[in-house]
Write a protein that binds this ligand. Structure first.
Ligand code: TGC
Ligand code: FAD
Length: 393
């Protein structure tokens, strides 16, 4: 019995795709093709070996996704939904690739674009948009994760120079970055600094033995008497709102991105359920399996609807950080549930790299934690709902 009078896409039950603009559809198709040709053939090996293929940076630049939501300086200047859809398609490949693009565009290029001087923009942004120069974003420290306001990294003035001391931890792209955006306490408050690779007193150490986001470089940044000229500081922002505003940009990409990982898991489970026979019939014919598949399809579509609505708000300049928390919390949590439910449908096969599911599930554990943990987003939403601040004593 056909479930519908006309053919339908199991990953888009409400036909949300039909309302995308020409630009959005083009971005979706371009990035999907890139992932099919350039990410999927290599991802199992990269994940297994724990490497990010750095040569892909320039290819990502060529298809225009680096800083794609920014205007000028070689950036594509596309809409928020287009940016979100690019993140979704990349993360359908692997969260490591979406992470690379999030960090480059939203965490490294965005602060330069929004808070940098004209000279800083001219110097860095065109080469970052092309992928020739890679950036990273150093906010978290060994003892300051969810509470970045307690950071210990300090920048002091010495004549006309700045001297930075401190350690940043868990920094995506750290070991491959040509420039690090480092946030540090100064006598006036928290400020951002552009630290080029090779600056004396600046070193990086990669984190090894990660079992999540293996196809992504994660590093420690060490600043030991790192001397920078006065013009290394971002002139346009002072205080925690500087880094937090960058996080809002990147979290927006994530709330779309994780739906790609979830879609990939759902598709693998759906296909498997139709071909795997037990008790003399496909496991997809059992009611319990169908319940899992139906729930996944419904969650996936609801989350895409939320993402698109938040994207439309962003395009109208109305998206608030709390709304971004709603999307980041809900969509990452649902994506992880979909990955886990898909894994159960694949049985033992689900724990191997023969299928993408366990890789996505492992990646999503990091995504649940970075860019604000689930608890931090719950508390952010809770603060907005109650007017009571759980963070301050
Ligand atoms: P709070 O008092 O709320 O705010 C301090 C100042 O910041 C302003 N603000 C924002 N401004 C712009 N955009 C936002 N999203 C903002 N959120 C807050 C706020 O208005 C205030 O401004 P002002 O002018 O009044 O001073 O700050 P709080 O100390 O209470 O902390 C709030 C809290 C806990 C939510 C915040 O610290 C937080 O978000 N913590 C989580 C830290 C986090 O997410 N770290 C992520 C590190 S980067 C990363 O993980 C990259 S992974 C990349 C990848 O691989 O994809
Ligand atoms: P903690 O802050 O120590 O939290 C531990 C637990 O306590 C969490 O469950 C948390 O929710 C909970 N908790 C904390 N405070 C509260 C509270 N008030 N109420 C209730 N529960 C609370 N950072 C960067 O700056 N740049 C990067 O590029 C970057 N990339 C990353 C890549 C990866 C793969 C990973 C895993 C992390 C990355 N991070 C990066 C760091 C990331 O942002 C932090 O891990 C995250 O902010 C949480 O900090 P933490 O790990 O120190 O955990």
């Amino acid at each position: 019995m056909p479930p519908s009078a006309r053919p339908f896409d199991p990953t888009d039950l409400a036909e949300l795709g039909a309302d995308l603009s020409e630009e959005e559809r083009m971005v979706q198709q371009t990035v999907r093709a890139f992932v099919r040709d350039r990410v999927l053939p290599g991802i199992d090996g990269w994940f297994e070996r724990g490497v990010f293929p750095v040569e892909v940076a320039k290819e990502l630049g060529k298809i225009g996704v680096l800083g794609m939501h920014l205007d000028g300086y070689g950036c594509a200047g596309l809409g928020a939904v287009s940016y979100g859809l690019a993140c979704l398609e990349l993360e359908a490949g692997d969260s490591g690739f979406r992470s690379f693009v999030s960090v480059q565009g939203s965490l490294a290029m965005f602060p330069i674009w929004r808070y940098g001087s004209e000279e800083q923009k001219q110097l860095w942004l065109p080469r970052m948009a092309s992928g020739e120069v890679i950036g990273c974003f150093g906010l978290t420290e060994p003892d300051a994760g969810s509470d970045p306001g307690s950071m210990r990294t300090r920048a002091r003035r010495d004549g006309s120079d700045w001297v930075l001391d401190g350690t940043k931890m868990w920094i995506t792209n750290g070991g491959i970055a040509d420039v690090a955006v480092v946030w540090a306490q100064t006598p006036e408050g928290i400020r951002g600094f552009l630290v080029p690779r090779g600056t004396p007193g600046f070193t990086t150490n990669d984190v090894h033995r990660k079992l999540s986001l293996r196809a992504s470089v994660t590093s420690e940044l060490v600043l030991d008497g790192c001397r920078l000229p006065e013009d290394a500081a971002l002139p346009g922002v002072l205080g925690l709102k500087g880094p937090l505003s960058c996080l809002t940009e990147a979290r927006f990409g994530i709330l779309f991105g994780v739906l790609g990982a979830a879609r990939s898991c759902f598709q693998a489970a759906l296909e498997y359920s139709k071909s795997r026979l037990q008790f003399g019939r496909p496991i997809g014919g059992f009611q319990l399996t169908q319940a899992k598949l139906a729930d996944m399809a419904v969650e996936l579509e609801k989350d895409l609807l939320l993402a698109l609505q938040l994207g439309r708000l962003k395009e109208r300049g109305r998206l608030t950080p709390v709304q971004v928390s709603v999307g980041k919390l809900g969509n990452v949590r649902d994506a992880l549930e979909i990955a886990r439910a898909s894994r159960t449908i694949l049985g033992a096969n689900g724990v191997t790299l023969e299928y993408p599911v366990i890789r996505h599930a492992a990646n999503l554990e990091s995504v649940l934690t970075y860019e604000g943990t689930a608890e931090i987003h719950q508390l952010t939403i809770g603060r907005a709902l109650t007017g009571l601040d759980a963070f301050s004593s």
